[in-house]
Design a protein. Structure first.
Length: 510
């Protein structure tokens, strides 16, 4: 009896029931392969981070007496895909049974199901034991409903898992604190510097550089800032709880130049690779709030809990409900290419320059930068959702398709026509100025709509509404915008549309 168990690069969950006790009849396999490095132009920090975390996980398994086959990227017998490597191992080492954990990506799910049909030995699949919800829990919850309101799903999960509840009621009597969580950073406020690691990843980096793998972005190979194992992930969590949680909610939507993470946790990479679990993150956050009730207001805690037990689980559920159709949805029928400067950060638009450059330098941008700077611009400019998805799937260290595509195509681009969001997240310069300190030092002027130096967001914003009137005017949450648009003087409208057209024509020079 010999069992082969596959551990994917985003399944580094040391608390999984598989690893409770070492078993001589079981061998684990982990593999660095081209099918995974090449499905997007990943940020170099993402590939290095995932490989480093995988290597560290396999070493920890070996220390705990598990048998592990680790296939390095450049190993001669590495056939560079899950199915080929597994078929070859089964043939070579006479395994009698194959097991894997439910993958989080639709593509890999299909590959592994096909693989199990093609091999002659028996096979089985087990849960990854990471999420609060199962793959189909959202589908069951919304059965028969026309809309998928995140808030309802979130409340159900708070009740079901007894998170911040008093019997059947939310602790403090209120479910939602969003309205308190929209503050701009005060002018002279100096945010707490982020905890960064100094991992030496030069060996992994050199190995990647010997191949023709295409990557984007920058890296400091001797001071790699991201956590690459469970211990560092827990350190980052502790840092967040002690230093950031008390201001997390207040400044959740705030942006300021040269501060790349503010009071955000940067735990998405650790959680998406399953080095830490959403349960332990939430439990520790609640514990911290109990410990320091005078310092941590409830809105800060609820804002954080909502992102994890709410949005994160919700996006996973939508993904499994709507894939594979979701990946080709294009509600606005957008067709344009991303401007070149999305790959270089070389633009005069201050907000975009800052968000893109920090993404290239850290493989990270916080939520509101992704949504209201890069995402907002891409939607206003009518970029094809495939182009936008490819960019987001590559550039962020936490980008795994289940949570990338639902956020990008859904929340940010409204390409799903309103499954995830009730209206498109678009804005002119006034919102960006309200939430950030970008406009003051920008080449463009936030208050100008047409003519030289007009902020491109202003004309593109009205152009977007004008162009998509047939699809949006009936939306009750947007009707008001159309009243404003219709009441505008015809010459003002023409000037706005001409300005937008001019900017779209020279989009690469913005
Ligand atoms: P924090 O602000 O500290 O939030 C705490 C945690 O809550 C995060 O670690 C994350 O696990 C969870 N969370 C917060 N918002 C969301 C959300 N909208 N959906 C799911 N989980 C959420 N998140 C990814 O993990 N991977 C992606 O590829 C990804 N792509 C995105 C693309 C776009 C266009 C947008 C608008 C959002 C995207 N997000 C993605 C969601 C969110 O921006 C990131 O989870 C967050 O910025 C990660 O940083 P953090 O850990 O510091 O988050
Ligand atoms: C993202 C990624 C990369 C770049 N490389 C690997 C890899 O070499 N081996 C691996 O097992 N996983 C990798 N991953 C993460 C996978 O893409 C992820 O496991 C699938 O998307 C399934 O969710
Ligand atoms: Fe961005 Fe416009 Fe403000 Fe410049 S003026 S930072 S382009 S919103």
């Amino acid at each position: 009896n010999k069992t082969l168990r596959l551990v994917l690069g985003d399944q580094l969950n040391s608390n999984h029931s598989w690893f409770k006790a070492a078993d001589n009849s079981v061998t684990y396999v982990m593999m660095e392969i081209r099918s995974e490095t090449d499905y997007a132009s990943h940020h170099i920090q993402k590939v290095v981070g995932i490989f480093s975390a995988m290597r560290s996980f396999s070493k920890a398994l070996e220390l705990n007496k598990h048998q592990v086959i680790y296939m390095y990227l450049n190993d001669e017998d590495n056939l560079q895909s899950f199915e080929k490597n597994i078929q070859s191992l089964i043939a070579k080492d006479n395994f009698t049974h194959f097991e894997y954990q439910l993958p989080d990506e639709f593509r890999v799910d299909v590959v592994l199901k096909e693989l199990c049909k093609s091999i002659e030995i028996s096979s089985s699949v087990i849960d990854s034991e990471h999420f609060f919800t199962s793959r189909n829990e959202l589908e069951h919850f919304f059965e028969g409903k026309k809309t998928f309101v995140m808030e309802n799903f979130y409340r159900m999960l708070r009740k079901k898992h007894d998170v911040l509840m008093e019997g059947n009621q939310p602790l403090t009597g209120k479910w939602n604190y969003d309205s308190e969580n929209r503050k701009k950073l005060p002018k002279n406020h100096k945010p707490t510097p982020p905890l960064v690691f100094s991992n030496d990843v030069s060996i992994v980096l050199e190995e990647i550089h010997t191949t023709d793998i295409k990557t984007i972005g920058n890296i400091d190979a001797v001071n790699f800032v991201w956590p690459i194992n469970r211990e560092q992930s827990l350190q980052l969590l502790d840092f967040f709880l002690v230093e950031c949680l008390q201001l997390f909610g207040s400044f959740q939507d705030a942006m300021t130049p040269n501060e790349w993470s503010l009071y955000h946790s940067r735990l998405s990479f650790s959680m998406n690779l399953k080095m830490i679990s959403p349960q332990e993150v939430i439990e520790k956050a609640i514990h911290e709030w109990h410990k320091r009730p005078d310092e941590i207001e409830f809105n800060q805690l609820e804002g954080f809990v909502r992102q994890i037990i709410g949005w994160r689980e919700y996006m996973r559920g939508i993904y499994w409900l709507k894939m594979p159709e979701y990946a080709s949805m294009n509600f606005f029928n957008n067709k344009e290419k991303l401007p070149d400067w999305f790959w270089t950060g070389d633009t005069k638009m201050n907000c975009l320059k800052d968000a893109i450059n920090q993404s290239l330098n850290f493989a990270y941008a916080h939520h509101i930068q992704r949504l209201m700077i890069t995402g907002n611009f891409a939607l206003l400019a009518g970029i094809h959702p495939d182009e936008i998805d490819a960019w987001y799937l590559g550039i962020y260290i936490d980008a795994i398709e289940w949570v990338e595509i639902t956020n990008t195509r859904g929340m940010s681009q409204f390409a799903d026509g309103g499954i995830v969001g009730t209206k498109p997240y678009v804005s002119s310069a006034s919102y960006i100025d309200k939430m950030s300190h970008y406009c003051g030092t920008c080449f463009y002027r936030k208050e100008i709509k047409t003519g030289e130096k007009a902020c491109p967001f202003n004309s593109l914003y009205w152009n977007f509404y004008d162009k998509n009137e047939d699809k949006l005017a009936k939306n009750p949450r947007i009707g008001m915008m159309y009243n404003v648009w219709r009441k505008m003087k015809p010459e003002a409208k023409v000037a706005l549309l001409e300005q937008a057209e001019y900017y779209l024509k020279k989009i690469n020079e913005l």
